[in-house]
Design a protein around this ligand. Structure first.
Ligand code: HEC
Ligand code: HEC
Length: 191
């Protein structure tokens, strides 16, 4: 009997560890999101033009970006400071919280006019087509412009986006940024 209960306990401990490191706990993330709300809102709808909407983004993407800011692979005067003291568990919890919301994008323009080289991955409405692709819907043109130029200059690096951005002119960057900023976005909080 003793051996059996020890095994059950061991299993429970393992499951708990897997949850905190992998999936993250959205309820803890919501509490931690108090540190993020002045810029990203509690539900991930940004409050300042230079901050992106992060509600409803894939958890893996949010966690990867927070880790990149913490470790210096991606740098920003505000986010590098914010991410510096976050543990892996806090990152997983924050990612779980912000990812738990439902986003709806509404296009006011003809989808046929969307930037052709972006739609396969980011959609005409700026909702990422697969799990590793972030949403661009309703990001301000300042934000999208800044990120594309960061990929182009090498300040931000990604195997897919770096070569794409290196082939874009300033005008093409501005056109894509304007397109996605014209989409309207609503974020429905999960709790
Ligand atoms: C003082 C304002 C501010 C605070 C507070 C803040 N952020 Fe940010 N965040 C920004 C800005 C500005 C950017 C854009 C950085 C850039 O241009 O690369 C950003 C970018 C991000 C990104 C990258 C999103 C993407 O689409 O690539 C994530 C994820 C993020 N923040 C999460 C958080 C979380 C979680 C917190 C709270 C723990 C937080 N931020 C607190 C301003 C803030
Ligand atoms: C083959 C797929 C693919 C194509 C095509 C593509 N992207 Fe991306 N894009 C990605 C992925 C994957 C990321 C996430 C990069 C990361 O993890 O840092 C990304 C990230 C971005 C970001 C950063 C978003 C954020 O929240 O910080 C912007 C801006 C962006 N893409 C704009 C564009 C534009 C504009 C085009 C068309 C000119 C385009 N992308 C074409 C896959 C793609």
């Amino acid at each position: 009997m003793r051996a059996v209960s020890a095994m059950v306990l061991g299993g429970a401990v393992l499951a708990g560890a897997a949850l905190s490191q992998g999936a993250g706990d959205p309820a803890s993330g919501k509490v931690l999101a108090g540190q993020c709300r002045t810029c990203h809102g509690i539900d991930g709808f940004a409050k300042i033009p230079i901050a992106p909407h992060i509600g409803g983004e894939p958890a893996s993407y949010i966690a990867a970006q927070l880790t990149a800011f913490r470790d210096g692979a991606r740098a920003h005067e505000m986010m590098s400071v914010v991410a510096k003291s976050l543990s892996d568990e806090q990152i997983a919890d924050l990612a779980a919280w912000y990812a738990s919301h439902t986003v709806t994008a509404t296009l006011s323009a003809d989808p046929a006019d969307a930037p052709e080289i972006c739609v396969d991955c980011h959609g005409a409405d700026g909702i990422g087509v697969t799990e590793d692709v972030p949403n661009l819907a309703a990001e301000t043109n300042i934000y999208t412009d800044t990120q594309l130029k960061a990929f182009r200059s090498g300040k931000r690096v990604h195997e897919v986006m770096t070569p794409i951005a290196q082939n874009l002119t300033d005008d093409e960057i501005r056109a894509a940024a304007d397109w996605y900023s014209s989409v309207s976005l609503s974020i429905e909080a999960s709790q």
